[in-house]
Design a protein around this ligand. Structure first.
Ligand SMILES: [Zn+2]
Length: 245
């Protein structure tokens, strides 16, 4: 945690689950489920942002970097945190989560899981535009990732959250080829021992861009007095209004 210099009791939270599936069924002679993409990628994203916050000008609000466990078992770590938080939910300004950052280089898009839910979309867009990127909706909302990743225990208690990353339009590949590579990841690599890091093939420049992007979004939130709200038609709006009273 980095304590805020003016409003230390208010917090912006970053989340990335650090564990994966451990040792499991052998596939092609390999039983180690490394989880390089899911979710070492986002842990690296978060650690580098933490380093940046530590070495730059202090921000007004506190920043919490939360590396939770047991996401794969049903959000147990993030659920535990929200039941035993360091800051009450009504003092938690926003949650910035991510998972599965692909090693495909820089992306033209910033895909928002759960887009249209809250004002946080606008906070991301402001910084995305500065990187020459555009916001894209989730190409597979039927997977329900907004309701299945570590932001959700916060969301259920009314805290606005974003889960953002480059995803649908890698610079090197274009949209069509990118979506083929994304599909291949989910079909062949996701939750298998082949989710490994290959330094010769991995291009981390997109992960770096995403870290810079969400670092700026978090900095802006931490240096403002704003309390981003849920959109009018969001099912989470009422609980936030109640807790913020
Ligand atoms: Zn994951």
């Amino acid at each position: 945690m980095i304590r805020g210099s003016k409003h230390a009791d208010e917090v912006v939270v970053y989340t990335a689950h650090w564990d994966h599936l451990g040792i499991g069924t052998k596939v092609n002679g390999d039983s180690i489920y490394n989880g390089a993409t899911d979710n070492a990628s986002a842990v690296a994203w978060m650690l580098e942002m933490a380093r940046a916050f530590k070495t730059s000008k202090p921000v007004d609000r506190s920043i919490l970097f939360l590396s939770v466990t047991c996401e794969e078992s049903g959000l147990l770590g993030s659920g535990y945190y929200t039941e035993h938080p360091f800051f009450p939910m009504n003092k938690t300004v926003a949650v910035i989560n991510t998972d599965v950052l692909l090693f495909l280089g820089k992306f033209k898009d910033v895909m928002l899981t759960g887009s249209g839910q809250s004002e946080l979309d606008g906070w991301v867009e402001k910084e995305a535009v500065k990187q020459g990127r555009y916001l894209a909706p989730d190409p597979n909302p039927e997977n329900g990732m907004f309701f299945r990743s570590d932001q959700f225990p916060f969301v259920k208690l009314g805290v606005p959250a974003i889960y953002a990353k480059g995803y649908v339009d890698a610079e090197k590949y274009g949209k069509v080829e990118t979506m083929k590579l994304v599909d291949r990841y989910w079909k062949e690599t996701y939750h298998t021992p082949s989710d490994e890091y290959h330094p010769d093939k991995a291009d981390l420049s997109g992960v770096v861009e995403d870290a810079k992007l969400l670092y700026h979004v978090g900095t802006n939130l931490a240096n403002s007095n704003a309390w981003p709200v849920w959109n009018k038609d969001s099912e989470f709006r009422a609980i936030r209004e109640e807790s913020r009273k």
